[in-house]
Structure formats: structure tokens, C-alpha cells
Design a protein around this ligand. Structure first.
Ligand code: ADP
Ligand code: MG
Length: 746
């Protein structure tokens, strides 16, 4: 072990006060520039209050910082100080200070919501605002609210400390200044990092720290700097521990460190006097085209640029070379991850913890609609059931993947084939997977080497006996359906219909058989990656029976839907209640019946009568409303406004009830012989208006006064018509003749 003298750091004079304050108040927010000693000095001091957990956003930093603390304190790793990151635990019951990644805390809180193992939680690098840090803060705050002996400390190199201090219930903010040396900032747009290094090297006074967006860019720069007269040292998360240590350790030669933003504020590299900043970083961002989050290359915000430049002026005046145009405008602040990523994973964490994402006390509450969408997706993936975690949800959470991709892994029971697909999808590779389309161009497949290895080893542990190295094509296709159940499309006459209900077409380079696909990548309306699936694999999301009425007849059709896609349609027997409901809407009450009711001055409550009349019917023609009038009403109606009038001849005549209140009947005049009184009906004894017809049915006279007709007009009519209709009776005396509708008997 190296012997180290603890160098004085800007934070040192404040440590005693900090510990005393946290002992009394159980909370504090500490803001100090990188290199001030926050991470290496505050957590060990806090162990005076009890077991302490220090949370870091990055694994590489967690490990390096645990070592650094151990060195400074002459503590042993795994004893007084330890670390826990995914797959690596170096601690015991005696460990006073545990350095862990933020996700570890979220996982621990599932089994121990009050975090009883610890007395102090320190969230470091909070300005990075990873979704895990946001969640960890909110969860820990809940635990602290119900415990007297849990302290919560937030540390940051650069934040607007007010919101987090308020969230912690009015925590005191310790803003610690540190000496800073002047930095000369130069802009060199359009040159590479390697070119910038070559340019500045002759005049460099110390080591050079370069910021690049990722491992691939670092590899490339390392190649470009192959024969330079200096130690070229990469520093990023997928390196092994030794390589990481080499980058941080002092060296006898000038160092050129090629780092991702892990060196921005998390790790301090000593002796840097020159910074080269590519101005780029990779951030996780939800991509609606692939429906998962991807790392995307973006311009850094201004506050990152300032942090990066500051790394050159920690121990002496320095220089920063920015590889962008001075006139470019950078966004002022970094955007917290909670605004960028899909909320399915954090929502699942909250559910697993026993909370409800809708009512959860988020540090920064996301939009309601985004929470709803996340919960709907989890339900669809089978990860949750109501507000409960399902066994599937339990399993898919183990993967450091978007829940959709975790679901794919679970459905495929692991397997190298699934790992490969999932890795590509999580990286957002735009070309189709070789198994399903054109192969990727060479060289594109080597981005995040660590991820595949890690997913595979989780899968092996999780599935144990069920794990297979290879699974068949159908299993993979079904697994993709399980992860993207809402992204199904069905072939139609031209193009495809998406489950969302909109249309799309396949990219020209794509040839796919079959009628159903799962869309894995869609840009605008162009499907750029998809796999074929079978119709039989789709479980309808909705079954409906639709009743329609068509020319008076009720028909029923059963439809099976898969979201917006109509899978199947067939005629079925109409439901009696539905039929009656539809008929009732269609049955217009017979106008004649209504006129009679009005004439009779009756009041009728129609809806229940219609309801009874349509029950069990499937055609409007079969509906007889009058037959369903209550007995009393029907009798009244028949007597006050009869449908027809009996005639002396024995026949009857249909009565017509007119709007104006008159009632009309008609009869051949021979049928009325002997009838003197005009019949009267209704509540007002309305005389029926009789149309008297000739034998050929022509009206001869319309009258309400039969008596005067017989007495006067009849004689005249008889004279006129007797010759024309000799076979009909034309008696002299209509009063005594037998009424008839027939001709004379021979
Ligand atoms: P802060 O958290 O405020 O950014 P740190 O506690 O990480 O500061 O670092 C404080 C100082 O300790 C740094 O300025 C650096 O000099 C030194 N230091 C930290 N980690 C290492 C390491 N792994 N190797 C060498 N020096 C280190
Ligand atoms: Mg730190």
C-alpha cells in the first residue's frame, strides 16, 4: 500500500461544522467546485454518525473513489470502506462507508424501505440529475421522514441548490468556495481532438485532459495519437479496473487522458493544465421511432463546458481548447434525465417499492400524461397488474434495459440470440437486424461492448436451468412481440395498418412475408425495421358485438380487435336486449294510433310500452304497439276512437282521424239504408263525416246529416244513378229498404 499524506483541500476547514450540523439537523446540501474534496472527505467524516452510503452516478467513479478513500484513511477495501455496484460487492457487516451506484439504493429500498442498515445517505454529483438520483432522493426522503436517525446529504459541483434544499425540508446549503486559477479559453472549430492535442502539446505545461463523447470516439483518437511523445490513456466506463487506475495515477511522463464526461466532475485527474473539449456528450433520450431510450450524441450545455474548462485550472493557470465555433449558442443547463427518458422504468421502480407513480412525491414531477403512458405500457407488458408488480415485472427489472427490452429477454428466457437483438435495439442501430433483413455495415456493431456481456450474465443467473444458448426463430419473434405488443402492423391492400390506427409503408429495402409484423423502428410513416409474426400469436385486445338495424331488421356482427387492427369479423345472433334497444329507436309510433289517442284525449306514457312491444322482436314490422297498451287504456281508446265504424249492412268502415279533429268514414249509400242518425264518437260526441259512395266507389255526397240526405238529396241521386247501375237496389223509400253491399238478387 502506498503511504499518503492527506493533502489539505478546500473542504477540510468545514468538515467539523458539517458533521455537527448534520448530526443536529439530519440534512445538508453541499456545493463546491470539483476537486474541493467533497467526495473523498465528507463521507468518511460522516461515518461518525453511523453507517454511511455514498451514491455515485457512475460505477467507474464508485470503484475509484472507494479506493482513494481507503488509501487516504489507510482503510481496507471491503472492510471499513467498500463498494457495491452491479455484480460487484466488496463490503462486510463491519463496513462503515459503502460507495454504491444510485440504482443499488433503489434496489435496496425494495426490501428495506426504511433503509435500516444506514444512518447517513449521501447523494453525490446530484447536478447530473440522473433519473436514478431523482428517484433515490425521493425514496430516501420518504425513509428519512419516518426515521429519527437517518440523515440525507446532497452534494454537487454545480447546482441551483434551492430546489433540492426545499425538497429536503429547508436544508442548509453549504456553498464552499475553492481557489481557481485563470483559464485561457480558445475556440478551434472543425479540428479533431487528436489534431488539437498535437497543436497544443509543444506549449503544454502539464497533462492534457480531453473530453470525448464515448468509447468509440476515444478509441479513434487513441489511434490517431499512436506515435505521439506522451502517455495516451483512455478513461471510460467499459475499461477494466487497471486501465482506469492508470489514467488516474501519477506518471513519470506527460499524460494525455482521453475521457468521457466521467472526468467532468466525478473524478479528479491531477496535474491537468490543458483541456480539449469536443463539445459533445452522449445522453439517454427516449426515441419515439423505436419506442425505447437510446444514447444519443448531443452538444453539451454551457454549464458542462464550464466544468470541463475548469479542470485545467485546479492547481495552476490553464488553457481550454473548445472544438466549436465561439458564436455557437449552447443550452445553458443540462436537462435532467427525468425529462428525457421514458418513465416506464422509474414507474416500475416506484411500483416495486410499493408506491403509486401518480401520487409519488417526485423530486421533479413529470407530466401526468407521461406517467399514464408509462403505466399503460407496464400493464401491457405484463410487468404490473393494477398497482402491483408481477413476476414478469420482477424479472424484467433485473436487466439494465428499457422495460420493453427486459420483457424481450424474459420472453426469450435469455439466450445469446436475444441478447444480440436487445443490444442492437438498445443502441438504436438504424439498420435492420441480420436475422430479419439486410446485415449491418461492418464496424457499426462494436459500440457498447460491455452491455451484451452484462445482459447475458444477468440472463444466465436469472433463468438458470431454463437458460438456453440458442433459441429458435419463432421464440425470438414471439419475444419481440412480447416487448412491443403495441407496435404490431397488419398488411392491407397497399401498405400497412399500425395498431395505433395509422397507416405506414415498409422502407424500400425491406421485403417481408406474411400479413403481420412487429414494427421496431419507424420514421414518419416509413417502417425501417420489423419482424414477421403470426396472426395466431395475437390475443385480441377487444371483442365487441355491434348491432345495426338495416331495413327494419337487427343484425349483429362480432369483431375482434388488436388495438386499432380489426382481426376478425363474423355474423352472430343478435342479443335480445340490444335488438330491443335498437328497435325502440327505430319504431316510429304509428301516426294513426297517435291521432286516435289525441282524438280520444288520452295521455299515454309511450317508452315503457315501446320497450315491451320490441322485446324479443328483431324486425320493426313485428312490433305492434297498440297490442301492448294497458287493457283499460285500450278499451277506452277503442270506444272513444274506434278504428272502424260498424255499418247497417253488417260490414264496417275504417275511420280516419284528421288533424283538424274531424273523423271521416265512407260507405256505399246502399249500405246505409235506414240509418237516419249520423253516428257520433269521442269525448265530444263528434259526428262522423260520411262520404257516401256510388256503386263504383265515387263519392256522391259528403255529409254529417244523413237524415236530410235521405229526405231531400237521395231522390235526385236515385234518378241519376238508377239507369247507370240497374243491378243495384234503388228503393223509393230508403228508410225501409234493407241495407246491403250487394247487387239485387235475381
Ligand atoms: P470533489 O468531490 O469535491 O470533486 P474529490 O474528493 O473527488 O473532490 O477530490 C479531492 C482531491 O483529491 C482532488 O482534487 C484530487 O487532488 C484528489 N484525488 C481524488 N481522487 C484521486 C485519485 N484517485 N488519485 C489521486 N488523487 C485523487
Ligand atoms: Mg466528487
Amino acid at each position: 500500500m502506498r503511504t499518503l499524506v492527506q493533502t489539505p483541500l478546500p473542504i477540510d476547514p468545514h468538515i467539523a461544522e458539517l458533521v455537527a450540523h448534520v448530526r443536529a439537523q439530519r440534512t445538508a446540501v453541499i456545493v463546491a467546485p470539483p476537486g474541493s474534496g467533497k467526495t473523498t472527505r465528507v463521507p468518511p467524516a460522516m461515518t461518525a454518525l453511523g453507517r454511511t452510503i455514498l451514491l455515485q452516478p457512475r460505477r467507474i467513479a464508485a470503484r475509484a473513489l472507494a479506493r482513494r478513500i481507503a488509501d487516504e484513511r489507510r482503510w481496507s477495501i471491503g472492510e471499513e470502506v467498500g463498494w457495491q455496484i452491479r455484480f460487484e460487492r466488496r463490503f462486510t457487516d463491519r463496513t462503515k462507508l459503502l460507495v454504491a451506484t444510485e440504482g443499488i439504493l433503489t434496489a435496496r429500498l425494495q426490501s428495506d424501505p426504511l433503509l435500516t442498515d444506514f444512518n447517513v445517505v449521501i447523494l453525490d454529483e446530484f447536478h447530473e440529475r440522473s433519473i436514478h438520483a431523482d428517484l433515490a432522493l425521493a425514496l430516501v426522503q420518504q425513509a428519512a421522514a419516518s426515521r429519527e436517525d437517518l440523515a440525507v446529504i446532497v452534494m454537487s459541483a454545480t447546482i441551483d441548490a434551492a430546489p433540492v434544499a426545499a425538497f429536503l425540508g429547508g436544508a442548509r446549503v453549504f456553498d464552499i468556495a475553492a481557489p481557481r486559477f485563470p483559464i485561457e479559453v480558445r475556440h478551434r472549430p472543425n479540428i479533431s481532438v487528436a489534431a488539437a492535442v498535437r497543436e497544443l502539446l509543444p506549449s503544454a505545461k502539464g497533462d492534457v485532459l480531453c473530453f470525448l463523447p464515448g468509447a468509440r470516439e476515444i478509441d479513434r483518437a487513441e489511434n490517431d495519437l499512436a506515435n505521439i511523445d506522451a502517455l495516451v490513456l483512455p478513461l471510460h466506463g467499459s475499461l477494466d479496473v487497471d486501465a482506469q487506475e492508470r489514467a488516474l495515477a501519477p506518471a513519470s511522463r506527460r499524460k494525455i487522458i482521453l475521457a468521457t464526461n466521467v472526468a467532468e466532475t466525478s473524478l479528479t485527474v491531477e496535474g491537468v493544465t490543458d483541456v480539449v473539449d469536443s463539445g459533445l456528450h452522449k445522453v439517454l433520450r427516449f426515441d419515439p421511432e423505436t419506442a425505447v431510450d437510446h444514447l444519443v450524441l448531443e452538444r453539451i450545455p454551457l454549464d458542462s463546458a464550464q466544468q470541463r474548462a475548469g479542470r485545467a485550472g485546479r492547481t495552476a493557470p490553464g488553457r481550454a481548447t473548445r472544438l466549436w465555433d465561439e458564436r455557437d449558442i449552447l443550452r445553458p443547463q443540462r436537462e435532467p434525465e427525468v425529462r428525457r427518458v421514458d418513465l416506464a422504468a422509474p414507474a416500475l421502480d416506484i411500483v416495486a417499492w410499493g408506491g403509486d407513480p401518480r401520487t409519488f412525491a417526485w423530486f421533479e414531477r413529470p407530466q401526468e400524461s407521461r406517467i399514464d403512458a408509462a403505466l399503460a405500457l407496464l400493464e401491457m407488458l405484463g410487468a404490473t397488474d393494477g398497482r402491483k408488480l408481477t413476476p414478469i415485472g420482477e424479472q424484467l427489472r433485473r436487466f439494465p434495459l428499457h422495460p420493453r427490452l427486459g420483457r424481450v429477454m424474459v420472453a426469450a428466457n435469455g439466450s445469446e440470440d436475444a441478447v444480440e437483438i436487445v443490444e442492437r435495439l438498445s443502441e438504436g442501430k438504424r439498420a435492420p437486424h441480420p436475422a430479419f433483413g439486410t446485415p449491418l455495415p461492418p464496424g457499426e456493431g462494436s459500440g457498447v461492448r460491455g452491455v451484451a456481456r452484462e445482459i447475458a450474465s444477468i440472463a444466465k443467473r436469472l433463468f438458470a436451468d431454463r437458460y438456453r444458448q440458442h433459441v429458435d426463430d419463432e421464440t425470438l419473434r414471439r419475444a419481440l412481440l412480447a416487448g412491443f405488443p403495441d407496435r404490431v402492423a397488419m398488411r392491407r391492400e397497399s401498405g400497412w395498418l399500425l395498431a395505433s390506427g395509422t397507416g405506414a409503408t415498409l422502407a424500400r429495402y425491406f421485403v417481408i412475408g406474411g400479413d403481420f409484423i412487429v414494427v421496431l423502428d419507424i420514421t414518419g410513416e416509413t417502417i425501417r425495421n420489423a419482424v414477421a409474426i403470426e396472426r395466431e400469436w395475437l390475443t385480441p385486445t377487444k371483442r365487441e358485438v355491434v348491432h345495426t338495424i338495416d331495413s327494419g331488421r337487427v343484425r349483429a356482427v362480432e369483431r375482434l380487435w388488436y388495438h386499432g387492427i380489426l382481426l376478425h369479423e363474423q355474423q352472430v345472433r343478435a342479443d335480445a336486449n340490444e335488438s330491443a334497444r335498437l328497435l325502440a329507436q327505430q319504431v316510429a309510433i304509428d301516426p294513426e294510433l297517435l291521432q286516435r289517442v289525441a282524438f280520444a284525449e288520452l295521455t299515454i306514457d309511450w317508452p315503457p310500452i315501446v320497450e315491451q312491444a320490441v322485446a324479443g322482436r328483431s324486425r320493426t314490422d313485428d312490433v305492434d304497439l297498440a297490442a301492448f297498451l294497458p287493457y283499460d287504456l285500450r278499451r277506452k281508446l277503442d270506444s272513444l276512437a274506434p278504428r272502424s265504424l260498424p255499418l247497417p249492412s253488417g260490414r264496417s268502415t275504417r275511420l280516419e282521424y284528421r288533424e283538424d279533429g274531424s273523423v271521416i268514414g265512407s260507405a256505399k249509400l246502399q249500405e246505409l239504408f235506414g240509418l237516419a242518425e249520423t253516428p257520433r264518437i269521442g269525448p265530444h260526441h263528434t259526428p262522423i263525416t260520411l262520404a257516401l259512395l256510388s256503386p263504383n266507389g265515387r263519392p256522391v255526397q259528403v255529409t254529417q246529416d244523413l237524415r236530410s240526405f235521405w229526405n231531400s238529396t237521395y231522390a235526385e241521386v236515385r234518378r241519376e244513378l238508377r239507369a247507370r247501375y240497374p243491378k243495384h237496389p234503388w228503393p223509393d223509400d230508403p228508410w225501409t229498404a234493407t241495407p246491403t253491399h250487394r247487387t239485387k238478387r235475381r
